[in-house]
Design a protein around this ligand. Structure first.
Ligand code: URA
Length: 199
């Protein structure tokens, strides 16, 4: 598939996803957060679902966790954010109540309804490596029930594409903030990705 075809297929998929009413999150969302980046990206980052800022803007990872992720990509990996692809397993914000005050992980039903969209995105982009951010996306992509602490740092695969699970930036920030010791672990995992890509 050439880049033109990839872009068209992603655009078509996005049109459908923007109208999605498969689950209850469609009733509380402000915006669908489809994902963004290069349709020919070699690296895809997959988070769990939009938070408040993402819901308001329609863009993935643009809040506090997003700032950390962007810094890992740009300052750590020396890549441009627009040259990778960033998406989530669920495209609408899961929150604990209808007042939308607090985020929560997506539930089983939401994952079942929404994950086929992510699978389609991955098939179209066909990246060389996927980085799974946090427990829900690692468990989904690796079809595993093992906790992220054990999973992280170990290669798995999804549709034959290598997957590197690591901690979610929000989890890192919740555990020590900017000086979190978990940053070192995330960087160890990212270094394995760079090595695989010969960067
Ligand atoms: N957390 C996620 O998992 N995804 C986002 O887009 C933002 C925060």
């Amino acid at each position: 598939m050439d880049n033109n075809e990839q872009s068209k297929k992603l655009d078509n998929l996005k049109k459908g996803v923007l109208l999605c009413e498969r689950c209850k999150l469609s009733t509380t969302r402000t915006n669908v957060v489809f994902g963004e980046g290069s349709s020919e990206a070699e690296i895809m980052f997959i988070g769990e679902g939009p938070g408040k800022t993402e819901d308001l803007t329609g863009r993935p990872f643009v809040g506090r966790a997003g700032a950390l992720l962007t810094s890992i990509i740009e300052n750590g990996m020396k890549l441009k954010r627009e040259n990778v692809y960033i998406a989530n397993i669920v495209k609408c914000r899961p929150s604990v109540d209808y007042k939308m005050q607090k985020d929560r992980p997506p539930d089983k039903e939401e994952l079942k309804c929404c994950s086929p969209f992510l699978t389609e995105q991955i098939k179209i982009i066909n990246p060389k490596v996927i980085i799974a951010l946090g427990s829900p996306s690692s468990k989904f992509l690796l079809n595993s029930n093992i906790g992220i602490t054990k999973l992280r740092g170990n290669w798995g695969s999804f549709l034959k594409i290598p997957v590197m699970p690591t901690y979610h930036p929000s989890y890192v920030l919740r555990n020590g903030g900017e000086k979190s010791p978990l940053k070192k672990d995330v960087w160890e995992d990212i270094k394995k990705v760079l090595k695989k890509l010969n960067v």
